[in-house]
Design a binder for this molecule. Sequence first.
Ligand SMILES: *Cc1c(COP(=O)(O)O)cnc(C)c1O
Length: 426
Amino acid sequence: MSSNSDVTDSQQTLAIFGGQKVKNTPFGTGKRFGDEEVKELIEALEQNTLFYHSGTKVKTFLNDFNHLYGIKHSVAVSSGTAAIHVALGAAGITVGDEVITSPITDQGTLVGILYQNAIPIFADLDSNTYNLDPKSIESRISSRTKAILVVHLAGNACDMDPIMEIARKYGLKVIEDCAQSYLTRYKGRLVGTIGDYGCFSTNDFKHISTGDGGIVTINSGDEQQFRKVHAFADKNYERFGGSVSRDLQLLAPNYRMTELQGAVGIAQLKKLTDICEKRSRYGNLISEGIATLPGIKAHKVEEGNECTYWFYMLRLDEDELNCSREDFSKALAAEGIPNQPGYIPDVVYMQPLFQQRHAYPDSTFPFDITGVTYERGICPNAEAILQTAVRIAVNEFFTEQDIDEIIQAIRKVSMHYAKQAYERTI
Ligand SMILES: *Cc1c(COP(=O)(O)O)cnc(C)c1O
């Protein structure tokens, strides 16, 4: 690493203007799956059944997960989207109910709300943690509100104490979308164990992968609640012990996990703690490294919380910089640091589904129950985040050198475009 005094001119010149780039070696990579997964998969096949209720793999996967999370009950499902739908269904969310959630998320957060014919209502976010602002949640509550669906974005915990207090005050269910937040801690407590239900995804892009899959935690410890969740993921079939009840009282989907996914999950869970520790450390190192740079706002983690960084997202203060977000992003990429301007292109309520209020073809149901509309400007902080953010991958296979070079490159680009520094040179 070079100190300021021995930086040559060509090192200071941005790579995008022909200077020497900061990162000249490839980022660390590695294999996510190995002999451990192979062994579990062979055992699963040798059972001569791949059905979760007959085999042992999904059951073991959940037992291990419960042990890791210190909880009594969880249910395995086919995706993170399914996990959220199942939690909503088990919570009794139904036609015309309102569910308050985040406008910066994967659309998997919203699917289950609409399949229950409930109405998503978007609350605004904190500008630096990118998570739901409890005050904004409270301002969105109506007589139809039944649940708060919090999204712990990018491994960072929502402010759960005030959110749980609001939920208690208004009698609302709390569902935690933890798809991006494995082993994330809020004041020492694991997210996914704080609300009524926690929902996880094991799709191929998350901290751990079973190809596709998901988990729902049931945090009351109540056996009846557990049975409800379990049944809602399995067509409302109640399979407990040796007996099966197939009485169809209410509609529920089939979101079962197979033994093959359970098998891979067992091996993947054993790696989860190390994966999260690495990501946590790397993300925090980036924040420390860029803390004092002009025009840069680090990915904020509240004191006492632990973030496991599914990605790292800083924000630019365009008043302090002499460039657009796109210029910054391109300059950083030219230094050898791949990055994306923003996360999703726009807040989810600007999607055609919400703008045209068409969840189902030729129908405006359930939106027409209340006549809700989704206007630009309803969540100004969230909209601004997506216009000024720069997202950088953080990965457990990265090396210390990779992280160091990410910091060096952000520093180089921000110093170049910093207004004060720029004005001194003209
Ligand atoms: C990935 C993700 C989901 C959906 O998970 P799938 O397994 O892809 O269905 C939901 N919410 C968030 C925040 C996610 O990142």
